[in-house]
Design a protein around this ligand. Structure first.
Ligand code: CA
Length: 229
């Protein structure tokens, strides 16, 4: 399931698009201003952003710059201006794709799926990883546990894949920050801890009673086959 942050100040467009995107299987977080959008990028942890450029408080391209300053979150900009120079400028400024108004929810979903595919590093595109009853597929970005699909956000999936693709090995938080969060110089270990606890919950386990995710105190974490092999 894709979690989409929809930034659109026009209430009619926002409502119609949010409903349409929901019908296409997305979880939509609708916001109406640049300030709300910036907040929601960190508080709502979306997989991608659909960003209207004409906002009441800040220009959308400033919002794009603020998002780009802190992350590589995929952003599709929505513009009413069919202006090639403007579009080129936005793509150069870090937009992943663009839509020209008016557009349908189906078009938005197609663009979002495409940018999410491109956001998956080539190194991850080889194949599925199977550990016990857990199957992680980096191409479709799906994870199955006992044949049941897990609902993971982008970072949770990346974290699971980073651990599953070298199952049995202890991976340090520093390595995970570098690989999953692109923060090679470290950062908050809390970030890793919080995502690990979310991932544990989704795998139906706890730190106290681990199955797949085993913490190695003072070192890091490893993903193991709970049936051991
Ligand atoms: Ca607008």
């Amino acid at each position: 399931m894709v979690r989409l942050l929809l930034v659109e100040d026009d209430p009619d467009i926002r409502r119609t698009l949010a409903r349409g995107l929901g019908e296409h299987g997305a979880t939509v977080v609708p916001v109406a201003s640049a300030v709300e959008a910036i907040k929601a990028v960190s508080s709502e942890r979306p997989d991608a952003v659909v960003l209207d450029l004409g906002l009441p408080d800040l220009d959308g391209s400033d919002v794009l710059a603020l998002i780009r300053a802190g992350s590589d979150l995929p952003v599709v900009v929505a513009t009413a201006r069919d202006d090639e120079r403007e579009i080129v400028r936005l793509l150069d400024a870090g937009a992943d794709d663009y839509l020209i108004k008016p557009f349908s929810a189906a078009q938005v979903m197609a663009r979002v799926r495409a940018v999410l595919r491109r956001a998956t590093p080539v190194a991850q595109q080889d194949s599925r990883v199977v550990v016990g009853d857990l199957v992680v597929d980096p191409v479709s970005r799906t994870a199955l546990l006992e044949d049941r699909e897990l609902t993971l956000n982008r970072k949770e999936f990346d974290l699971l894949f980073a651990l599953a693709s070298r199952s049995g090995e202890v991976v340090t938080k520093r390595q995970l920050l570098a690989e999953v969060w692109q923060m090679p110089w470290g950062g908050a270990d809390r970030t890793v801890d919080v995502h690990l606890s979310w991932l544990r919950r989704k795998l139906g386990e706890t730190a106290a009673a681990p199955r797949y995710l085993v913490s190695v105190r003072g070192v890091g974490v490893k993903l193991v086959d709970p049936k051991g092999s």
